[in-house]
Design a protein around this ligand. Sequence first.
Ligand SMILES: [Zn+2]
Length: 168
Amino acid sequence: MKDICPICEAKREIVNIVFPEVFKIRGEDIEVESSCLKCLTCNSIFDDPLADDDSVSKAYREYRRRHGMVQPDELKRFRIKYNLTQSELSEILGWGVATLHRYENGSLQTAEHDKELKSAMEPHNLLQLIYENPDALSEDKKKRVIEELQKEEQETFSKEELKHVGAL
Ligand SMILES: [Zn+2]
């Protein structure tokens, strides 16, 4: 493809190069496919500004997949589902808001935080956390989220009951 080479500062023939890259993450080798761009005129190699994920984020994603950890988009979906802001959810979890922000943006969570997060993603446990941190949400929001969670919890229970009698 013809594109601007940042080194030549002119339109050049640019090719995409894909290569394996290994990252050591918490003592584990994680290989991902990295890509970069190369200008065929000056032979310079540079990052693809349009690449959706950088290589480190890709490696973290793979590490989380291997260890069954929560991915950033799952965390974000969970928060949005209850219409919570980052600061509200971090209050509920007892984390700093910067921590939650980093996790949603691709930082690798600690194993401890991952455990807490998975637990909080269960309606019953999230309810418990909201009761334990009564100031995390405004009264209106708390009422609405609690109602939603109770409804969800009931639905889970009735499904389990149906399974019990063999209806599902
Ligand atoms: Zn060039």
